[in-house]
Design a binder for this molecule. Structure first.
Ligand SMILES: O=C(O)CCC(=O)C(=O)O
Length: 270
């Protein structure tokens, strides 16, 4: 571990309540990041072999959805202190993974309509929240390559996490207010799940890869049923912490990890 995000709780709260994002530069070991990068490349090749041109037709070129199956380095990264501390500081101990994706922005590629596709990951949930500044989810975006303006670094609109209106306006507001996040490989860009952001355009000759890990509070249903997915795949290397983040029991454990045990509801007193 090269960083100490355990001590970052106050900064995380401040950032999520203010700009809605926080960059923690180079907090992951280079060897682990390299391992995840290789696993992502292998998974992308397997997807391309399996689905061919259909991937581009459905807009899924450059995405890997079954991130846990990518390999041991990816599963290890999911359970690192860095991820755990950011998620628990932002969302409390009963948070879990909603969806994960390995994403590669290839040379000469952008996302969606020119110059980019602005979105907030969970704007529908944001719309449903009575308190617009309440943080119910966070996107932990792990940079597997250096992110620069040239290779399509992520752009964010600071302070936009409580806004639902950007969705219906044309992109000029986001384009005017957005800032580009430059970061070395192995960094963690923590974003409120309501923050408006977009990948840029990769004008270089190399892919620009990230791992997206989107977590939500324990009472929000995940987008993928990771518990079923890992029960079917049975990964022997899944740590109790990773299992807790996936709402599942660790291998060999008879019960759910304590972080997920029901707290109980106080009944009426006699
Ligand atoms: O690839 C990026 O820069 C951003 C990925 C993204 O849009 C997301 O994580 O929702």
């Amino acid at each position: 571990m090269t960083g100490a995000p355990g001590g970052y709780a106050a900064r995380i709260h401040e950032a999520l309540a203010g700009p809605g994002f926080l960059l923690l530069p180079e907090v992951f070991e280079a060897a682990l990041v390299g391992g995840v990068r290789e696993e992502l490349d292998r998974a992308l090749r397997a997807e391309a072999d399996r689905y061919g041109a259909a991937l581009a037709e459905i807009g899924q070129q450059g995405y890997v959805a079954d991130v846990l199956a990518m390999g041991p380095a990816t599963r290890e990264l999911l359970a690192t202190e860095q991820i755990y501390h950011c998620v628990s500081a932002a969302l409390g101990d009963r948070a879990h993974l909603s969806i994960a994706q390995g994403i590669s922005l290839g040379p000469g590629e952008g996302r969606g309509q020119w110059p980019r596709r602005w979105h907030a990951d969970l704007f529908q949930q944001r719309e449903a929240m009575p308190e617009p500044s309440f943080c119910f989810g966070v996107n932990c975006l792990v940079t597997l390559d250096e992110m620069s303006p040239a290779n399509g670094a992520t752009c964010v609109v600071p302070g936009s996490q409580a806004l639902v209106a950007l969705r219906s306006q044309d992109d000029s507001t986001a384009e005017a207010l957005g800032i580009t996040v430059t970061a070395p490989a192995g960094s963690l860009l923590l974003m409120d799940a309501g923050l408006w952001h977009a990948a840029g355009f990769n004008a270089t000759s190399e892919p620009r890869r990230v791992l997206k890990l989107l977590f939500v509070r324990g009472w929000i249903r995940p987008q993928l049923d990771y518990r079923a997915l890992i029960e079917a795949a049975s990964y022997p290397d899944l740590t109790p912490r990773a299992a807790a983040l996936l709402s599942a029991a660790a291998p060999g454990a008879a019960v759910l990890p304590s972080a997920l045990e029901p707290t109980g509801i106080a009944g009426p007193t006699a």
